[in-house]
Design a protein around this ligand. Structure first.
Ligand SMILES: [Zn+2]
Length: 181
């Protein structure tokens, strides 16, 4: 029997909430990823709501129950990004480059937006670390917007026509193949 892809150890959070999120996603496959709650989570820039530890196959969260779906889906898609392969990653990058040419402002999460605001033309042309990090965070924030079930949020600032394009891209890529963690 296949093992469940996500094992949840998250305080008093009912497993049914996770099941509800997983039902909105394309089918998930891969070895288990543990989800744990860590109080006072931070990275080099200060406090954060979530972190993905890819080698340890662990997602650490420190967020409210209301933010849980968005933060969980974002961190889960860090695993999807790593597994997606270069053609898929470059295809998403091309979508973001097209947005740049059309001067799309805003993003679908603060993690992508602050990086986007820091980017220069040289970062895009040379595909620097900041550009590649931006692509990854934008991918995860787009997934969180699309699959978390949240209709509106202060961090959803990208214009509707660009949201539609991203949603179509995710459906085209992941509906047929599902998600590998
Ligand atoms: Zn992230």
């Amino acid at each position: 029997m296949p093992r469940p892809p996500v094992s949840l150890f998250y305080g008093d959070l009912p497993g049914t909430r996770l099941a509800a999120i997983l039902r909105r996603l394309p089918p998930v496959s891969g070895d288990p990823v543990r989800v744990v709650k860590i109080l006072g989570l931070s990275d080099r820039r200060g406090p954060v709501h979530g972190g993905a530890f890819l080698r340890e196959r662990r997602i650490a969260l420190d967020c409210t129950q209301a933010e849980f779906p968005r933060v969980f889906v974002h961190e889960m898609f860090h695993f999807v990004w790593v597994r997606a392969g270069n053609p898929v990653r470059r295809s998403f990058e091309a979508l973001l480059l097209a947005e740049w040419r059309e001067r799309a402002r805003g993003e679908l999460g603060w993690s992508a937006e602050w990086r986007k605001n820091d980017l220069s033309a040289a970062d895009r042309e040379r595909r620097t670390k900041l550009w590649r990090e931006y692509c990854c965070e934008s991918f995860c924030d787009t997934a969180a917007w699309l699959y978390s079930g949240k209709k509106g949020h202060a961090e959803f600032t990208l214009a509707e026509r660009f949201r539609r394009r991203r949603r179509d891209w995710f459906r085209k890529i992941f509906s047929p193949r599902g998600l590998s963690l």
